[in-house]
Design a protein around this ligand. Structure first.
Ligand code: SF4
Length: 333
């Protein structure tokens, strides 16, 4: 049987993870590699299981994105959309079913079965959240899905030629960056891009969370603009990008162009981050990386939602006065 190789690649979110905590990056990308194999040692198995867990925000966000993607596929095929209420009910049913499954299936030994979700909050300890916190979360996911039906994007898509939809979160897009002689694949999942009748390209990033600062997503969107210029030959001055906050009003309707200087600066930052990650890795082609070469973060707040704490005795401790209740190390590891 062909053995999988953990060859190095990059994405904006992986870069953010590394910048927050290089050690957590190691756990997520290397620590659990091979943990699915019968012969894997217990630590690797458990780290692999932890990499397969999600948190409640990523989980609900995933399902909203998934349903919006399918709605856009219907539009692209010239098919009518199901009524909003039907879609919202379907979403909430899915969330209820998966929540119940995740809560019940806490063997603590095996990763979630294929097609199922395991939620970090069901691991217990201080990851647990009160039952009352789930209801507003699910309601907000429903609101976000409804937000797509009321979005300014929907009428534009309905009027657009189906062939004008360039991306709709269905495929991973990849462009390559040369970093010190290594061709590094840079992966992107682009929520929606389409040509509007005036010839410009609109790139939309669905957000199910609260609006943040205006330039919060600049790095991610500048990478998308770079991708469309490089891989599809679309001139930078005809690309307009922005987040659309589905669950919050008013939406951000102002898509922005991005300057060549911004793209250059984001690319330089990206190359610098990749270089830094590569400096920790022994062999990026064969996927060899030792934990001790990836330092722990100095900021203890990054540890709060980190699933790898039981394996991380070197993590920073918050000042005693703050009294954070972190779980004890798992002594057998
Ligand atoms: S527990 Fe903290 S230091 Fe350790 S990997 Fe997680 S975020 Fe990094």
């Amino acid at each position: 049987m062909t053995r999988l190789v953990n060859t190095f690649s990059y994405s904006h979110s992986r870069g953010e993870l590394f910048r927050e905590c290089p050690r957590r990056y190691w756990f997520a990308r290397y620590g659990g590699w091979g943990g699915w194999e019968r012969s894997a040692d217990p630590v690797t198995r458990e780290i692999y299981r932890l990499t397969k867990l999600s948190n409640r925000y990523l989980w609900t966000g995933h399902h909203v994105h998934d349903r919006v993607e399918r709605l856009i596929a219907l539009i692209a095929n010239g098919q009518p959309l199901p009524p909003e209420g039907e879609e919202r009910t379907g979403l909430i049913d899915t969330l209820r079913r998966e929540y119940a499954h995740s809560k019940k299936d806490r063997s603590g030994h095996n990763p979630p079965r294929k097609g199922f979700w395991g939620l970090l909050e069901h691991e217990g300890r201080d990851f647990a959240v009160p039952d009352a916190d789930w209801k507003p979360l699910v309601a907000r996911a429903g609101e976000a899905l409804g937000g797509f039906y009321r979005s300014w994007v929907l009428p534009e898509l309905r009027e657009a030629d189906p062939a004008s939809i360039l991306d709709r979160d269905a495929e991973l897009r990849t462009a390559h960056l040369d970093v010190e002689g290594l061709e590094v694949p840079v992966h992107m999942k682009i929520d929606l891009a389409y040509r509007s009748p005036d010839g410009t390209v609109r790139v939309v990033d669905w957000k199910t969370g609260r609006p943040g600062s205006p330039d919060e997503h600049e790095g991610q969107l500048a990478l998308y603009a770079w991708y469309y210029g490089r891989e599809r030959g679309i001139p930078l001055d005809s690309i307009f990008l922005g987040p659309v906050y589905l669950a919050y009003r008013p939406e951000n309707v102002e898509l922005q162009s991005v300057s060549a200087e911004t793209v250059d600066s984001v690319l330089q930052e990206t190359v610098a981050t990749i270089r830094e990650i590569l400096s920790c890795i022994d062999d990026p082609i064969l996927g060899v990386a030792r934990k001790e070469r990836f330092p722990v973060t100095s900021r203890s707040f990054h540890c709060r939602d980190c699933p790898f704490r039981p394996f991380c005795p070197d993590r920073p401790r918050p000042p005693a006065s703050r009294g954070e209740d972190l779980p004890p190390e798992t002594s057998s590891f």
